[in-house]
Design a protein around this ligand. Structure first.
Ligand code: FAD
Ligand code: NAI
Length: 464
């Protein structure tokens, strides 16, 4: 008899949620994690520490930019970087300890060490082979390498996101390679802390895949906050001399070569699935051409009894997507029906203002060939946002012109990451824009802008 019903490999948001749900459903579960603490990338070197630094640096920015405007005079705030780092580490620590508590509560064994799959039902950690009925690969992702650029997180000059979360000091200047989510969140942090931040991006737009109007407005707002953008630029290498980095890049439009110097370079050009050392090639688990584990609609790999979820499989690399897959895979393994609606997975960038989106962009909706309508409402027409000096963004809703069904929503504005969920629920229920428009929204809230955008899909917004 195998010792376990399920062994989960990796204790990130995919793996730990899968383990907890499986235990709740009565399975005997173990989770293997090689890190010193539970919680994976997200809790240790991702979502949580980055949000702590975003919060602290946002507070600093508020004191500098907005306190005096509100009559809060002479606010003088100095940054104690060591204390800010320790606040960040404490935030991480209480959350990773929280997962340990949940494992104990749900009687999940934490097997410490790096796992290798010897075959279906056999997971080796150190010198011990553990027997199990099912295996879930939840081994996550790591930063992708960029040719010609050697990351040295300890050195603090050329770093990836992990190094950027723990720099020895606040640099005077920073070049961010890649205008994606990591580059813009962490670039914002250091810009607010006083660094000159330049972002070099290969494409002609920032945050590829996002709605075009949002991209433009987001770039404009970040530009006002001091971030400099060089778009359409291919980085060919980074050298370091006497502690200063030089980034070489070529502009794609005319092949001209340029250089830019900085104290720190953050490489943020994407992440790749982390399946190294699991022995998947030996047991014949299929990977796709980009190295992600191939799964069927039940999160099962081509090898029966071996499942995979989260950043290790195709789809958006987001903690909540990993969590949803973790729950669903656990339910399938327990003989129930697991479900993830991939059409309604929100994405949020936690800058100020926040940027949030769900469903189709206008461009993607047009590509489907259906007739669409859009409704847009600027936060300039929203009293609450203006009181917070955040009137620059907007809510944009995309609906099917024939049925009025909501197809997508994109928000750039205060608390966008919270507001998007009303649209997620609406989309889960197959709601029409009119359903949102007819729902009473409390005044004065930023959420009123969502209702106004829904009204704008019909007879018109009131305050525009
Ligand atoms: P991971 O969290 O990567 O966890 C995998 C775990 O498996 C790791 O702890 C690893 O040590 C372990 N592991 C791997 N191989 C083995 C093995 N052989 N044996 C034992 N253990 C193993 N997403 C959001 O939704 N919101 C955010 O705000 C956000 N911010 C981010 C900020 C940064 C800087 C970064 C880098 C990422 C951020 N993400 C965010 C993405 C998010 O962290 C990932 O999508 C999420 O962590 C994926 O979860 P996962 O469980 O699939 O993998
Ligand atoms: P990303 O895929 O979001 O952005 C990478 C950017 O780098 C792209 O704009 C790409 O065009 C650019 N790029 C690639 N190669 C380049 C080159 N050679 N020179 C210049 N630019 C180049 O990846 P990122 O920011 O590293 O984030 C990785 C993952 O982590 C994302 O998939 C994201 O989902 C997740 N994440 C999510 C967060 C959130 O939800 N708030 C926060 C941080 C990360």
């Amino acid at each position: 008899m195998p010792t376990y019903d399920l062994i989960v490999i990796g204790a990130g948001p995919g793996g730990y949620v899968c383990a907890i749900r499986a235990a709740q459903l009565g399975l005997k579960v173990a989770c293997v994690e090689g890190r010193e603490t539970l919680g994976g990338t997200c809790l240790n070197v991702g979502c949580i520490p980055s949000k702590a630094l975003l919060h602290a640096s946002h507070m600093l920015h508020e004191t500098h930019e907005n306190f005096a405007r509100m009559g809060l005079m002479d606010a003088s705030v100095n940054v104690d970087w060591a204390q800010m780092q320790s606040y960040k580490s404490d935030t991480v620590g209480t959350n990773t300890k929280g997962i340990e508590f949940l494992f104990k509560k749900n009687k999940i064994d934490w097997i410490k060490g790096w796992a290798q799959i010897e075959g279906p039902g056999k997971v080796r950690v150190g010198d011990t082979t553990h027997e199990t009925k099912n295996i879930v690969i939840a081994s996550g992702s790591v930063p992708s390498a960029l040719k010609g650029v050697e990351v040295d997180n300890e050195g603090g000059v050329i770093v990836d996101s992990t190094g950027a979360l723990a720099l020895p000091k606040i640099p005077k200047s920073m070049v961010v390679i890649g205008a994606g989510v990591i580059g813009l969140e962490l670039g914002s942090v250091y810009a607010r802390l006083g660094a000159e931040v330049s972002v070099v991006e290969f494409l002609d737009v920032i945050t590829p895949g996002m709605d075009g109007e949002v991209q433009k407005q987001f770039q404009k707002i970040l530009g006002k906050q001091g971030l400099k953008f060089t778009l359409g630029a291919a980085v060919s290498g980074v050298t370091v001399e006497n502690g200063t980095a030089t980034v070489s890049y070529k502009l794609r439009k005319d092949d001209s070569e340029h250089r830019i110097e900085a104290e720190t370079v953050l490489v943020a050009t994407g992440r790749r699935p982390h399946v190294d050392g699991l022995g998947l090639d030996k047991i014949g688990v299929e990977l796709n051409e980009r190295g992600f584990v191939t799964i069927d609609e039940h999160w099962q790999t081509n090898v029966p009894g071996i499942y995979a979820i989260g950043d290790a499989v195709p789809g958006p690399m987001l903690a909540h997507k990993a969590e949803d897959e973790g729950m669903a895979a656990a339910e399938v393994i327990a003989g129930k029906h697991g479900h993830v609606n991939y059409g309604v997975i929100p994405g949020v960038i936690y800058t100020t203002p926040e940027v949030a989106s769900v469903g189709l962009t206008e461009e993607a909706a047009k590509e489907t060939g259906r007739r669409i309508k859009t409704g847009k409402f600027p936060f300039m027409g929203n009293a609450r946002a203006k009181a917070m000096f955040q009137g620059e963004g907007f809510v944009k809703m995309i609906v099917d012109a024939d049925t009025d069904r909501v197809l997508g929503c994109h928000i750039i504005g205060p608390n966008a990451g919270e507001m998007i969920h009303e649209v997620c629920v609406a989309m889960e229920f197959g709601a029409a824009a009119q359903d949102i428009a007819m729902t009473c929204h409390a005044h004065p809230t930023c959420s009123e802008a969502v209702r106004e955008a829904a009204l704008a899909c019909g007879d018109g917004a009131i305050h525009a």
